[in-house]
Design a binder for this molecule. Structure first.
Ligand code: MN
Length: 245
């Protein structure tokens, strides 16, 4: 009898400088907890890993999760530098773009959170608002950071009927946290927008023609007590489990 093994989930992170002045690769603990709680084993994919190593690593992973972080360099989507654009990390842009291309080619399950949904959209040819407040008329406030609790529910997301998100959450509308100042402008061709804030901003996308390819603009990992957000991780890890068998 074959034993069912927990799926290995590759998680991307960022680069920062610790108190000792050393540069470190980091992944937020909340992402790690969320994957573990859903039954997966998180595996950190360090920023700076080259193409060859990535190609060797990917077949051993059952799924990929892209996490939140600083902004993508607007050069990747033909955007303009804006004074509020922050935290650009060229190594991370390179790694995540390359990882996503390969993961999409191999139909690996993908969950892309916050910065992740933006990387997903840009990798597939879409574009972003460099700063929502200045780019979208009558936009809601979406940047509830850093002076707010990360689990503060701030706006609703309406979910497209019949979408994967609808299948997972089974509600027309949910309340989410919102910790982003950028957002999706032009949705990439290979994606379908399936979640929207009341101001029309895209809050969720799905990759066409794949078993599990989901991007969300909110931070479900910061909502450990919210059944809808936990259902997302559960569904993702289950998809990874099936992929690995
Ligand atoms: Mn939002």
């Amino acid at each position: 009898m074959s034993q069912v093994q927990s799926p290995l989930i590759g998680i991307t992170g960022g680069l920062s400088v610790n108190k000792m002045g050393s540069q470190v690769c980091d992944v937020g603990q909340a992402y790690i907890f969320a994957i573990q709680k859903a039954g997966g084993i998180p595996v950190m994919i360090p920023t700076g890993l080259g193409e060859e190593a990535l190609a060797a690593l990917l077949p051993r992973l059952d799924g990929i999760m892209l996490t939140g972080g600083g902004d993508l360099d607007p050069i990747h989507y033909g955007g303009e530098m804006h004074p509020r654009v922050y935290g650009i990390c060229p190594q991370r842009d390179t790694l995540e773009t390359s990882l996503l291309r390969n993961a999409l080619d191999e139909h690996k399950p993908i969950l892309a959170i916050c910065r992740g949904i933006q990387v997903l959209n840009v990798t597939l040819g879409g574009s972003l608002y460099e700063h929502i407040e200045d780019c979208v008329t009558h936009a809601l406030k979406h940047d509830y950071y850093p002076d707010y609790p990360r689990d503060k529910l701030t706006h609703t997301v309406s979910i497209t009927c019949g979408s994967k998100l609808d299948e997972i959450i089974a509600l027309d509308e949910i309340r989410v946290n919102s910790l982003h100042h950028q957002g999706i402008f032009r949705v990439a061709k290979g994606l379908k927008a399936t979640g929207f804030a009341p101001d029309g901003l895209v809050e969720a996308v799905e990759v066409n023609n794949t078993s599990f390819g989901l991007g969300v603009q909110w931070h479900p990992e910061c909502l450990p007590d919210d059944p809808c957000s936990q259902a997302l991780f559960k569904a993702f890890v289950e998809a990874c489990q099936q992929d690995g068998q």
